[in-house]
Design a protein around this ligand. Sequence first.
Ligand code: ACO
Length: 356
Amino acid sequence: MQFAYGARIIGVGAGLPSSIVTNEDLTKLVDTSDEWIKTRTGISARRIVKDHETATGLAIEAAKDALAFAGIGGDTIDLVIVATSTPDNLYPSTACQVQAAIGAHRAPSFDMEAACTGIVYAISVGQQFIGSGTYKRVLVVGVDIHSRFLDWEDRNTCILFGDGAGAFILEQTEKNDNEMLATYLQADGNGAHLLWIPNTGTQYPHAGVEPPKTVQRHLQMNGRAIYEFAVNAVPEAVRQATEAAGISVDDIDYMVPHQANIRIIRAAADRLGLSEDQIITNVEEMGNTSAASIPIALWQAISRGEVKIPSMLCLVGFGGGLTWGSAVVRWTAVDQRLSQSRKETAGATAGAGSVD
Ligand code: ACO
């Protein structure tokens, strides 16, 4: 795809519920064990919202964190896109509320939904607007609160998910400085029934009909089928995006996959010939945070100094729809808060020296 302008990512951020729910905690709700959950999924704990916490609140927190990382103000954002399957309300969009909270006065704002792949879809949409020259700075946020749509008596599903939000800031560059090398998006609606949350839209409640007490409104999943889908979709998406970017899989420094479970991630990495230290994962601490999982995982790895800069990343998502997709990104962004504090420390040291 030829664009008039290039794009790069200048910020990443996260918004997390404060409450941590461990596998041990879940053994009080369902017949499970820490050992079963860890070996089957790699998950030890997840963040779960308290009653007062909302998808909008987490999205705003992630957006503000990404703005601080980039060292820019919210009023410089030209477009806000929020990817979510679990908004607080059908409307207004989460994006409009984020726009107001960060003071992005002139930014059109909208939500989009591609389940766990939502953040990859949002990055790709943001890149189109930047590449065409329409907008210069785009905020994309992924947020999901699956805990409100889980059956906490169903051990097959309630152990898998966590809540959270993650954000990226995309900025226009000259064509020659482009760092967003390629994106790849896919969908197959024939697999819609494999992962879904029924009766949460206009099918329920039916107008004028008293809804039966037994209506099921919880996430439903065919775990085996999703596993099979994911271990094929991830390698395909990585290969397609790297080919479109004109590089090979060997040129990737890190894969940042959707954090569904460690077995899927490792099986996909094996098929691609990627080693353990090339996989960015935090599923152990966060569980599956759906549209938020990719930015949260990258944010955490960068915060811990685990990502060399610059590096070549492949972000890769998969989820309900079915949807899957990837983005090859050269990562050069550094946290402006750290650069600032280094400058201040250097200034203070120089100042201290000159007193003598
Ligand atoms: N604790 C203890 N036992 C459990 C639990 C649990 N939490 N959950 C299921 N079991 C039992 C089952 O009841 C079953 O018992 P049975 O043999 O007596 O019927 C047994 O464990 C084996 O169940 P399986 O479903 O065969 O377990 P499997 O090894 O396939 O692992 C899992 C299940 C982890 C869900 C696997 O299918 C998987 O990884 N699927 C991918 C799904 C996924 O990651 N979804 C995330 C959301 S989708 C997304 O983000 C795109």
